[in-house]
Design a protein around this ligand. Structure first.
Ligand SMILES: [Zn+2]
Ligand SMILES: [Zn+2]
Length: 122
């Protein structure tokens, strides 16, 4: 529970209220009209529309956090995959560095896999 609140920040668009007041005279802004899929003719002086940035929650995930959560697993997969390719290339060409490569790669792969398996438990 506590970790969740630490990872969220107050939505800048609606100041954590959840409804948009960024348009004229405290009405909702154009971007939020669009997010709420209002027909064009009613896109004026609408008050208290759901904030389009946070979906009305008032809290949002920091962008860096989201990037990290998405990119890190991808990087790990790419890294493990390319290491496997390097190992098989080394095996095919009977590289003199094969045993070193194998030891090096298996250590990395092991720690990556271990990291993701242990972090999934949280
Ligand atoms: Zn918001
Ligand atoms: Zn807005």
């Amino acid at each position: 529970m506590k970790e969740m609140t630490v990872n969220l920040y107050e939505c800048k668009h609606c100041d954590g209220v959840g409804t948009c007041k960024n348009g004229e005279n405290g009405a909702s802004c154009l971007a939020c009209y669009q997010k709420n899929e209002l027909p064009f003719f009613s896109r004026k002086n609408q008050f208290g529309l759901l904030c389009g940035s946070c979906g009305g929650i008032g809290k949002a995930e920091p962008l860096t956090e989201r990037m990290h959560n998405r990119i890190a697993p991808m990087l790990a997969v790419i890294m493990v995959f390319s290491l496997l390719v390097i190992i098989s290339v080394a095996a095919f060409t009977k590289s003199p560095f094969f045993s070193e490569l194998l030891a090096f790669s298996s250590a990395i792969i092991g720690s990556v896999v271990g990291y993701y398996f242990s972090s999934k438990g949280k």
